[in-house]
Structure formats: C-alpha cells, structure tokens
Design a protein around this ligand. Sequence first.
Ligand SMILES: *Cc1c(COP(=O)(O)O)cnc(C)c1O
Length: 235
Amino acid sequence: MGAISENLKIVRQKIEAAAKGCGRDPSSIKLVAVSKTKTAEEIAGAVEAGQLCFGENYAQELKDKYEKFSTIHDSRFTNHEIEWHFIGNLQKNKAKIVAPIVSWVETIDSPELALAIDNRAANPINCLIEVNIGSEETKSGAAVSEVPNIARGFGSYKKLKLKGLMIIPPYSADPEFGRPYFRQLKALLAELNSLKMTPEPLAELSMGMSHDFEVAIEEGATIIRVGTAIFGERS
Ligand SMILES: *Cc1c(COP(=O)(O)O)cnc(C)c1O
C-alpha cells in the first residue's frame, strides 16, 4: 500500500474514533482531502484508495488538475464522480473558472461573489459562508454581522444552495486552540437557523484541519478539510 492510502486509512480510523467518542455517526462527517500543491497523480492515488472528495484553493490550479486528471484517470473513476470543493479565497473574476467544475464553494464571503458564481454555474453548487471569527489578521471570510445579509441573498440565486458555515480559525499547533472558535461557529449556525431564512435548516459546519479535526468533530463538524495528514507536508 502506498503512503497516501495508508494515511487515508489512519485519518478514517481517527474520524471514526472521534465520532464514536462523542456519540456521533462517523458517516455523518464528510472528509475533504485538500490537494492544493499536490499533483493529479497524487490525487489519483487517493481516488484509488476510495477518496472521491477533494478541496482546492486556487482557481487555475484546480482547473489544470481537473483537466489533467481527466486524462490520467483509471476507467473506473471519472471526474463526474469526484466531488471538488473550492476552499480558497476566490476573486469574482475567477468565478467563471471555478463554477463549471465544483460541487461546493466553501468560501462565500460576499453577496457579490455568490452572484458571480451563480451567473456562471451550469449545475447546482452547494455553498458555505466562510466566517471570520477571531482571525482578523487573515481578513478572509465575512464578518459575523454580515452573515445574515449574505445568507438572505441565497433566496434569489438560480443554482447556488446555502448549506452552512465554514471557518479557518487562527493557527495554533495546539489542537485545543480551535475549540472555542468551532463552538462559536456552531452557535452562529443555530442563530441563523432561528431566523428561518432558508427553506431547510442549515446543517453543515466545515471546520477542522489535519491538526485539529478530532476536536472539530467533537464540536459538531460535518465537513473536515484535511491535507497534510493525507498527502504529507506541502513544499
Ligand atoms: C490547506 C487548507 C486545509 C488543509 O490544511 P492541513 O493542515 O494540510 O490539513 C484546510 N482548509 C483550508 C481552507 C486550507 O487552505
């Protein structure tokens, strides 16, 4: 077995243990394998190990890999079965690159960005609002006070569906450091649901990375974004 499939196995075991440890069903947690800077061949290795959901941060890199991957994939797998999540900062003028490829955009931070993606989308795209709770230094994500306004906009898009919230807390090597941020995101989701702005309650919380996904699962993550623990260190 290659390193990637071995790593995936370990990550899946940890997801299962963390979920069971807090009384959750492990199958209620979606693992996004973050493949930024990794090659299409490395992605293919993960696909062979049964991983079909990937996250990318850069529009052009996503497109290049998507196209390259189509030419190298094993006949058992096609791009159509792979679920691509966009998880980076997206400029409005790059919406046309990303919209035809992805099933999810996790980093909506303004109504203008959402509209730009909606205008370019051929198929339904699930969206998360990225919230800036406590990570002022990175400036990525919407301010908490903006979130209801962004959520309201989803009432008028043709292809975009709002599913929940996403957070990248300030970094610390200590996995416990993220816990209060994860709790705040969950509380914000409940608050948003109490406003009843969406036909269905929002259910998705994308939070937790390689070093803290177990803590995020304990705090209610339904989507975790894991790169290094699957693909190894990025150069
Ligand atoms: C790179 C990245 C990840 C994965 O980080 P790791 O520490 O390698 O697991 C998750 N989410 C976002 C938004 C990222 O940019």
